[in-house]
Design a protein around this ligand. Sequence first.
Ligand SMILES: NC(=O)c1ccc[n+]([C@@H]2O[C@H](COP(=O)([O-])OP(=O)(O)OC[C@H]3O[C@@H](n4cnc5c(N)ncnc54)[C@H](OP(=O)(O)O)[C@@H]3O)[C@@H](O)[C@H]2O)c1
Length: 332
Amino acid sequence: MEDLLFRALIVEEYEPNKFRRFLGTKRLSELPEGNVLIKVLYSSLNYKDALSARGHKGITRKYPHTPGIDASGIVVESNSEKFNPGDEVLVTGYDLGMNTSGGFGQYIRVPDSWVVPLPKNLTLLESMVYGTAGFTAGLCVFEIQRKGIEPNDGKILVTGATGGVGSLAIAILSKIGYYVVASTGKLDRKDFLTELGAKEIIHRSEVYDTTGKPLLPRRWSAVVDNVGGVTLSTAIRSTEYDGVVACVGLVESEKLELTVYPFILRGVTLAGIDSAETKMEKRLRIWEYLSTDWKINLNKIYREVSLDQLDSEIEKILNGNQIGRVVINLWK
Ligand SMILES: NC(=O)c1ccc[n+]([C@@H]2O[C@H](COP(=O)([O-])OP(=O)(O)OC[C@H]3O[C@@H](n4cnc5c(N)ncnc54)[C@H](OP(=O)(O)O)[C@@H]3O)[C@@H](O)[C@H]2O)c1
């Protein structure tokens, strides 16, 4: 294939630890090695993308760089036996968008071991409404079910409720019959959360305990926590006997202060969630669920933007002001 020029968001370090981003062009020959070249039709915006786009050496070691940990599109060149030109595929996680040029460019080149065939009941657009956020929400649901928690075991708390992972977790858990309590800093977005299926909406200050008590009254059969810090500690100390807390994110803090009592007196399980390196067998299983039994109405949960509109969306997610999901149409 000729060495095409394509559009991409480029983040550069113009002085040590000073970054700027702009829409520019790249050539296919600048993409890293890999045996599958994909024309990206859609990507999506995740918190991690925003950190990489702002300049974050913990996520992206070397700049200039094109972020985008999610991509869906069409295979245009393949040296893999698993994929042929014309195949519809998606990629989430691994090194995509971290140190490998990502989905905020119109083409990506990746190893075939990262590529997921598009599930039968999803469109390329829908797969990016889910993206890493939906896949991560799916991993949380998987952990809750694996622990044997059933709808009549009690309420499930989802923190960071209006965010990407939060909103999708609420919608999936509600769809499969769980009673979901949404914790949010945006009580004015009650309607959005109710429409997703949340039965109760509480302010995040109600699940933020600084008393230091090792155990709190039991409130939750399970928790999906996107924020970390005091909120995660509060959630673990408030979880029922044999409950599970899925630890996803750190928008509040990466710190966690606790005693061992929730674990040894209540049998609480702290389930770490890592969507980036999930093994392919499990990955395919989660995507299968997301496209069948767990499939939710994806229409009301996202906004579609072009590459030109991406900059302000990045700022919004960094400030904790995003609602639901942002899908990027690379050719709009
Ligand atoms: N482990 C994994 O594999 C994995 C995968 C995906 C994402 N993550 C992590 O999970 C987190 C959520 O990701 P996302 O893409 O859903 O981000 P997001 O869309 O920005 O959602 C985060 C939500 O958290 C709440 N929030 C923001 N700042 C907060 C603060 N200071 N204290 C408490 N709550 C705050 C806000 O919701 P409300 O206003 O409704 O409270 C915000 O919408 C991030 O830390 C991300 O890095 C991890």
